[in-house]
Write a protein that binds this ligand. Sequence first.
Ligand SMILES: Nc1ncnc2c1ncn2[C@@H]1O[C@H](COP(=O)(O)OP(=O)(O)OP(=O)(O)O)[C@@H](O)[C@H]1O
Ligand SMILES: O=C(O)c1ccc[n+]([C@@H]2O[C@H](COP(=O)([O-])O)[C@@H](O)[C@H]2O)c1
Length: 217
Amino acid sequence: MTQPEHALGLFGGTFDPIHYGHLRLAETAREALGLERVRFIPAGRPPHRGTPGASGTDRLAMARLATADNPAFEVDPAEVDAAQASFTILTLERLRLALGPHRPLVLLLGVDAFLGLPGWKRWTELFDFAHIAVANRPGYSLDAAQMPTELAALTEQRQAAPNALETRPHGALVQFAMTPLAISATDIRTRHSAGHSLRYLLPPPVLDYISRHQLYL
Ligand SMILES: Nc1ncnc2c1ncn2[C@@H]1O[C@H](COP(=O)(O)OP(=O)(O)OP(=O)(O)O)[C@@H](O)[C@H]1O
Ligand SMILES: O=C(O)c1ccc[n+]([C@@H]2O[C@H](COP(=O)([O-])O)[C@@H](O)[C@H]2O)c1
């Protein structure tokens, strides 16, 4: 009999720059959802937003610096290296092909990203490749009454307990609670360009990278 495979967390983002909100989300997901590892996937050309303030190379470098001290974290450069826009469905197709049909894959999203799901390319097919796990974020609510109808319907249909993630490779929707952190990359960029301190919002090696490379001025 084959052993069940451990779940892999997939965490995509523009990470412009990566901050403690991202890192805490990933660490909480790892622990709360029993993930073996979390793979950070910086978007090369993120859909549905303008060109990031830092290049893909810089955002990838910062993600590597931020995650280097956590043995359960890894960084996937594929979206930064790709020529095309970073559509999540294409990334999931690629990873499912590479990792085989049995491994549980868990796409990690903050609730703001989840609320935008109906605008994503082939969004209903995401569940054919992965589970989705949603974290709280200050300022956003998962209240069904405030969701687009199609998202509320999908939530009702797919919602499962976290222990469902290990029992099948894809298809479940779960929520998990992290310590609320009102940190955003937009706020970090704005503070920095105004000459304000970024200390304690992101890891010191990322702070150092931003200053050495004169980003977000
Ligand atoms: N403080 C936070 N708490 C919970 N989730 C977060 C937080 N910051 C980012 N996320 C989640 O991380 C993922 C990547 O987010 P992203 O890289 O766009 O960061 P951001 O801080 O929202 O950036 P920006 O302000 O540039 O939009 C998304 O799923 C988002 O919901
Ligand atoms: O696939 C899509 O259509 C799609 C649309 C918007 C965002 N995404 C992905 O969602 C993740 C978070 O996006 P963002 O803009 O909040 O950093 C990132 O991995 C994006 O590539 C994906």
